[in-house]
Design a protein around this ligand. Structure first.
Ligand SMILES: Cc1ncc(COP(=O)(O)O)c(C=O)c1O
Length: 373
């Protein structure tokens, strides 16, 4: 059996903090209040009374469990109806809900591709994508992170149609996929394209419809980030949904999300669609934060609301994160295996709840923490 000695020696051991409560952008640990810069509640929906009430009502009005997989007796009409509403909103033929985004990626990627397929994936793609690829029977090759030229070279090398899997807003680096260039590549090579829009849906694009429409044949979204809940939705052609019901083990052999959950997701779609004010504030505050951090000389990247502060050394990133905590700012250090060894980062996650005052305080505390290390 594995043990944690290696992780301890190289500053990689993780112990989750116990969060006692949350109120908007604040969390409480051991009775103390912290300004949270690590949540994916990008639009503040998870901490809003409005969403809480709507979700509670859905759980009062509908069955709280599907009590089986979709194929046995869990295929409730409310789930199918809300899936259709999601498909229509995002501009796809059909949709399928899953209990989590991790399961969705595993379920779709592991099931769809076979020995004859060649999958090309971005090397910084999420763990669930990589695990899904490894579970599939396909041949697979990584391409350098967000490198259209490397992907082009890889695609030229394979005479037959490939499958390309990537993200639209990268969860750790915070950079955006170059949609225009990817569309040109797709026209040139005609590949099948799966795009994980987990961090973009709800926030980016008109009404939060994401940015990979017209490029992605399949898009993955999760309810656990901007939608303020949990679970996931996969947008896809109708015939792929049919195929998954027959071939996808994580879908066939696992309890479906509940009717109540689906009813709650219907309400959340209305809330997300109406959240233009939150989206605009989030865009502005993220822009301000990134530019202020750059002005102060920090090495940051990120094209939207995820700002990646590059540190490298694991010990240093842990120590800075601890110093931030001492000043009531919560940003855990992200280390291997989430990012490569020696490439530790602080992932600053901006939300529509943050203000310019919050950004000023973050930068002041970060400067002190950095200089003291
Ligand atoms: C790009 C990406 N895809 C999928 C997931 C998994 O989603 P969930 O948290 O709903 O399991 C995550 C979560 O961190 C993610 O960042």
């Amino acid at each position: 059996m594995k043990d944690l000695a290696f992780y301890e020696k190289f500053f990689l051991k993780r112990i989750p903090y116990k969060i006692e409560k949350r109120d908007g952008k604040y969390i409480w640990i051991k009775g103390e209040k912290f300004l949270n810069f690590s949540s994916n509640d990008y639009l503040g929906i998870a901490s809003s009374r409005r969403a809480n009430k709507k979700i509670s009502k859905a759980f009062l009005d509908f069955d709280i469990s599907a009590s089986s997989s979709r194929l046995i007796c869990g295929n409730y009409s409310i789930i199918e109806e809300v899936e259709k509403e999601y498909a229509q909103f995002f501009g796809y033929e059909d949709a399928l809900f899953f209990p989590s985004g991790y399961q969705a990626n595993l379920a779709v990627i592991s099931a769809l591709f076979e020995k004859e397929d060649i999958i090309l994936f971005d090397k910084h793609a999420h763990s669930s994508i990589i695990k899904g690829i490894m579970l599939s029977e396909a041949e697979y090759h990584g391409f350098n992170h967000n490198s259209i030229s490397h992907l082009n070279r890889r695609l030229s090398k394979f005479p037959k149609k490939a499958v390309v899997i990537t993200e639209s807003l990268f969860s750790m680096d915070g950079d955006l996929l170059d949609i225009k260039e990817m569309k040109s590549l797709k026209e040139k090579f005609g590949f099948f394209c799966l795009v994980d829009e987990a961090h973009a849906f709800g926030v980016l694009g008109k009404k939060g419809k994401g940015i990979a429409g017209g490029l992605a044949d399949i898009a993955i979204g999760t309810f656990g980030k901007a939608f303020g809940f949990s679970g996931a939705f996969v947008l896809m052609p109708k015939k792929i949904k049919e195929l998954l019901f027959n071939l996808s083990a994580p879908l066939m052999h696992s309890t479906a999300i509940s009717p109540a959950h689906a009813a709650a997701c219907r309400e959340l779609l209305y809330i997300v669609a109406e959240a233009d004010t939150e989206r605009e504030h989030l865009r502005n505050i993220s822009h301000i934060a990134k530019h202020k951090l750059k002005e102060e000389g920090f090495s940051v990247s990120g094209d939207a609301h995820i700002i990646c502060l590059r540190i490298g050394d694991e010990r240093k990133s842990l120590s800075i994160s601890k110093r931030l905590l001492e000043k009531n700012i919560y940003i855990p250090s992200v280390r291997y295996p989430t990012v490569p060894m020696g490439s530790s980062i602080l992932r600053i996650s901006m939300t529509s709840m943050h203000t310019e005052e919050d950004v000023k305080y973050l930068i002041k505390v970060l400067k002190d923490a950095w200089n003291k290390d």
